[in-house]
Design a protein around this ligand. Sequence first.
Ligand code: GUN
Ligand code: ZN
Length: 431
Amino acid sequence: MTPVRLYRARVFSPIADPFANDVASSYVAYEDGYVAVDEAGRIAAVGEWSSEVAQEGDEIVDLGRGALLTPGFFDTHLHAPQLEMIGSYGGHLLEWLNRYTFPTEAKFRDPGHARKVATAFFDELIRHGTLCALIFSTIHAEATDIFFEEAERRGFRGIIGKTMMDRNAPDFLLENAADSHAQSRELLQKWHGRGLLRYAITPRFAPTSTPELLERAGDLKREFPDAYVHTHISENRNEVEWVHQLFPEAEYADVYDRYGLLDEKSVLAHGVHLSDEELDVLRARGSRIAHCPNSNLFLGSGLFPLHRILDAGVVVGLGSDIGAGTTPSLFTAMADAYKVQQVQNVSLSPFHLWYLATLGGARALSLEGETGSLEVGKSADFLVLDCGATPLLALRGGRASSMEDLLAAFIFIGDDRAVREAYVAGRRVSF
Ligand code: GUN
Ligand code: ZN
């Protein structure tokens, strides 16, 4: 056996979907456990600690009982350029886009600005425990390149795309369909599959796309079927109404489907107001929904019908949707997902929530074979959480009667102070 590094701590990891399986067999939990990481950055073993688990030559890192080792979080939808406009209050979606979002995104014409925000953006994500994310850039190719470069520099697992848009926005944020295609193609060829990075073909949403732009996006998807598609769907009732006007004879999901933009690598943000027929289309294509509860509350978009969507057979991940979401924290995303279901008379357990933020997110991004849980053979992508990070966490976590209750403490009162260390592919990532 080649030597490994053994991290000894409390360990918790989802290993299956608790929405579809017996909850008790959907995770592993060890009060005194360990994770062994090999030299290639893969998980070599996970289990209950004992003096026999270490072999000659292994390095033991004892993190103590105050540490919880768990998979890194997945943010399945957010906008890097909107970090600086978090908390832009007062409007619902369409007004908010015009008043705040478009002027903010226009600043990414300047590569210096893009670099500054990219640095802050990945600092914030990793500091909050997000180690993989599906990210919107702006229409600017150079800014998009900069977001990729910064992700690569950190060893971050990023899926990023240049926003495509050619109507219904101010002139300074519009491009033509041919240029949008050419620039997206160049970025895709440069970055898709380079190390931990992947490319997402990213038409902003139907209302800012002409039929020609969607046609060009579909051309890209046909040329590079392995690439992701990342867009928005059915977030806000006025938006849905607008799509019906712009694309008569089609429901929202059909618009994307018509242009060949829906398959299992397609991730659609929100899906708050989808019809049963649209859910049938998404299920048939295998497309995923990124549920962004914090954003849905902030913009007053509506209450996500989680069980209706899961029961229709559509895979769901969690997203922060910065900057309509007000924090990069997946702890908060879990807490808000809980509250959004509570007001609809559904109580999600910490096991369900933690699954959505980790393995469920990996599944939404088609990465569950590689990452998302602490299982032998997967990439060693994990967090070291500090159970005593704040006086309140120490107090609340200290009286936790079970792993389930400890997870609840992190979900409802955890924040970036709870993330002590982060590892991707066995390598520590900085923040
Ligand atoms: N729909 C189209 N663009 C956006 C955006 O930037 N944020 C959100 N929340 N929804 C959108
Ligand atoms: Zn969004």
